[in-house]
Design a protein. Structure first.
Length: 111
């Protein structure tokens, strides 16, 4: 639920994707502050998660979440450049930075 007790609604013209695996069906919002990744790219505020990635986050399955992130098109391209092992390490570092930037509990978003 959104902080005010209601499910957050997506804006009609806004395409939302899971920030972990790029699924087009995010179901959860994780409030977060903006932060930079190890390469200086900026992540701006809240992150969205699909049901599968949310379940991995709740379970504390960092390795599973990093492996699932390999489904994202941009991450698949990175595998071709950096290799699978280095890309998984990058994903884990990015997720660690996300955990530190989190502000509050995840809440369900309306479809």
């Amino acid at each position: 639920m959104a902080p005010d007790g209601q499910a957050a609604e997506a804006k009609e013209d806004q395409l939302m994707i899971c920030d972990f695996c790029s699924s087009i069906a995010p179901a959860w919002c994780y409030p977060a502050e903006s932060f930079f990744d190890m390469h200086g790219s900026k992540s701006v505020e809240d992150w969205m998660a699909c049901e599968a990635c949310h379940a991995l986050i709740v379970a504390g399955d960092r390795n599973g979440l990093a492996r699932r992130s390999l489904l994202a098109p941009a991450v698949r391209r990175a595998v071709g450049v950096m290799g699978r092992a280095t890309t998984i390490l990058y994903c884990r570092d990015l997720h660690d930075r996300f955990r530190k930037a989190r502000r509050g509990a995840a809440y369900r978003i309306a479809a």
